[in-house]
Design a binder for this molecule. Structure first.
Ligand SMILES: Cc1ncc(C[n+]2csc(CCOP(=O)(O)OP(=O)(O)O)c2C)c(N)n1
Ligand SMILES: [Mg+2]
Length: 346
């Protein structure tokens, strides 16, 4: 196999990367797109200006100042709880500024992804995002990228002020993840079903290269209605791919309502088990249980692993919780204040 093909399978971007933001922007027949370093620098400036002009800049204050996120944090600790609150306020503030985006799943999966990224599971180098030995993370339900962006900022992949440019033209943080523009993003996702297949390809590619790294995937109960997911599920078993762990958001909600009404999912665990997967069900807000499930998954040999995370859409903000209407609507100023007050009093 050519080096190019191997790199593609392992999710490595092409080109030479000497800087944390050294991804190669796609170029067309017209003027080449600005280098990502310049885009991020501009986004930091824009973000700082947006916050400075805000009538209530304290809304955007950092709720987790001084927490060292480079060492693993006990998922059951107060410190991790503080990080989750900080992530949620960052998510909601960014959505409020962009006046669009998806809060429900982002808040619902915060405990799960915080445990993965801050609990010592992801082996990454924020200042060398293309390091080929890294664990990959692919958010196949790409619409909940605000939670991923908030995590990447806090892990140091880019400055936190960039969050305030979410969904703006030219921002590195688009409405769905794009690995060309965002350090720490391992695949372009948003078209439901695709990301999980890309993840399988990357997991196989890592094995072909003899790299001992894992691929973690975010998915959802709406996404697994896509036929492509089940092609991936059977191929992963056939190839005995055991460096692939999917974390599925089982909130019972999708864009148009409750999944039981739109297309009943039945017992998803039983379905994936029938496809040969190792399956665990966890309370998606019990960070200790999620931590244990991730460790169990890592020890499984010869087959892929599914962690079905039972979550509440909009968790922590009572006017959003379990309401399909909050799948993809941003909070206005008053709603943002109310949400932050509730999150901080919890
Ligand atoms: C192939 C494809 N079809 C349709 C959509 C539009 N879409 C975006 S999110 C979504 C619902 C997905 O369900 P889920 O991820 O469970 O939603 P959530 O729990 O986050 O509310 C749909 C249908 C899409 N992104 N991709
Ligand atoms: Mg859902």
């Amino acid at each position: 196999m050519s080096t190019f093909a191997k790199n593609q399978m392992a999710g490595q971007t092409t080109g030479t990367h000497n800087s944390p933001f050294g991804h190669v922007a796609p170029s067309g027949s017209q003027a080449p797109a600005p280098h990502l370093d310049d885009r991020v620098a501009q986004a930091v400036k824009d973000g700082a200006a947006v916050v400075a002009a805000s009538p209530k800049p304290e809304r955007y204050a950092d709720r987790a100042v001084g927490i060292d996120v480079n060492a693993p944090i006990d998922p059951s600790s107060e410190t991790m709880a503080r990080i989750c609150t900080a992530l949620k306020t960052d998510i909601l503030a960014a959505l409020n500024l962009s006046a669009s985006g998806h809060p429900g799943g982002s808040l619902g999966m915060t405990d799960v992804f915080a445990t993965l990224w801050f609990g010592g599971h992801m082996s990454v180098r924020p200042h060398e995002p293309d390091w080929n030995g890294r664990d990959r993370f692919i958010l196949s339900n790409g619409h909940i990228c605000p939670v991923l962006y908030a995590i990447l900022a806090r892990r140091g992949f880019f400055p936190r002020d960039v969050l305030w440019t979410l969904r703006q033209l030219g921002s590195p943080l688009q409405g769905h993840p794009d690995f060309h523009f965002t350090p720490g993003v391992d695949a372009c996702t948003g078209s439901l079903g695709n990301g999980a297949s890309v993840a399988l390809g990357q997991a196989l590619g890592l094995k072909l290269q003899g790299i001992d790294a894992r691929v973690y995937v975010g998915s959802s109960d709406g996404e697994v209605q896509e036929g492509q997911i089940w092609e991936m599920a059977s191929a992963a078993t056939h190839h005995g791919v055991d460096n692939l762990t999917v974390m599925l958001d089982r909130n019972g909600i999708q864009i148009d309502g409750f999944t039981k009404d739109v297309m009943d999912q039945g017992d998803l665990g039983q379905k994936f088990a029938a496809f040969g997967w190792h399956v665990q069900d966890v309370d998606g807000h019990d960070r200790g249980a999620i931590h244990t499930a991730l460790k169990t998954a890592k020890a499984i040999k010869g087959r892929p692993q599914m962690i079905i995370c039972h979550t509440v859409l909009g968790k922590g903000v009572s006017f959003m919780e379990n309401k399909p209407g909050w799948h993809g609507v941003a909070p206005d100023d008053d709603q943002l204040d109310e949400a932050i007050a509730e999150l901080e009093s919890a």
